[in-house]
Ligand binder design. Structure first.
Ligand code: KIV
Length: 259
């Protein structure tokens, strides 16, 4: 709250200062009404994630999502003018080189994102450095990387189970923090490795999804949380509402009342 008792705009700096303070809540948003509702509920971090492809656009995985898709939905979320910090995903193959990564990150910022996120560790460090050197805040994404699931055989596997996996995750997280990433999503990482990254990264906030409680914050795909994509719910999510069922019921009731 500011001095007038109004909710304050969350900036990258104020978000980063939440490191270690509390369990930070983060959610995905893809359109204007959901961004407004989540903001009114006090969520400080909204991500226009490329999960959009699966839970809104009907694709089997995130590799089909284009820059145009993310731009369109980022503009819709930004029109809600949320107090929450708004970020957008760089979609599959949109950051193959530092030049391409920077050009596309700039487009997302022009569309209303306040930070960008991309999947990967040290292998995308030149891209991350190019984005950060241009003054664009960057959120990393380690662990299970949905954009790589097709090339890994189509299975969403837990990461960090063996020593080589643990070491790679820790080294990637430390390198991304040193480069200047303000936050890092840890997806399907074993809880001990999640905890170790959270403790060893003194500045970079960790935001977990299916990675146990040892993170600075937790993120969920909003339709999973509210039962709005009832055909599939990840094992680690307990939906807090069944909006899919509510919609079916409301529509049936209206249809019956017409008779
Ligand atoms: O695409 C997405 O929604 C994400 C979240 C699951 C973190 O990357």
């Amino acid at each position: 709250m500011n001095v007038a008792g109004l909710p304050q705009k969350i900036t990258v700096q104020s978000f980063a200062s939440m490191k270690g303070c509390a369990a930070v809540a983060a959610l995905t948003a893809y359109d204007f009404p959901m961004a407004k509702l989540l903001d009114e509920a006090g969520i400080p971090f909204l991500l226009v994630g490329d999960s959009l492809g699966m839970v809104v656009l009907g694709y089997p995985d995130t590799t089909h999502v284009t820059m145009e898709d993310i731009l369109h939905h980022t503009r819709a979320v930004a029109r809600a003018k949320p107090n929450a910090l708004v970020g957008a995903d760089l979609p599959y193959r949109s950051y193959d080189t530092p030049e391409q990564a920077l050009a596309n990150a700039r487009r997302l910022i022009e569309a209303g994102a306040e930070f960008v996120k991309a999947e990967g560790g040290r292998e995308i460090l030149p891209q991350v450095e190019a984005i950060l050197a241009a003054g664009i805040p960057f959120c990393a994404h380690l662990g299970m990387l949905p954009q790589h699931v097709v090339e890994e055989g189509g299975k969403y596997r837990i990461k960090g189970r063996d020593e080589a996996g643990r070491a790679k995750l820790i080294d990637d997280a430390l390198a991304l923090e040193a480069a200047g990433a303000f936050a890092c999503v840890l997806e399907l990482v074993t809880p001990p490795v999640t905890q170790e990254i959270t403790e060893r990264c003194r500045k970079m906030l960790t935001i977990g999804i299916g990675s146990g409680p040892g993170c600075d914050g937790q993120i969920l795909v909003t339709p999973d949380l509210i039962g709005a994509f009832p055909w599939f719910t990840p094992k680690f999510v307990t939906p807090k509402a069944q909006t899919g069922e509510t919609i079916r019921g409301a529509v049936r009731e209206w249809k019956e009342a017409l008779r």
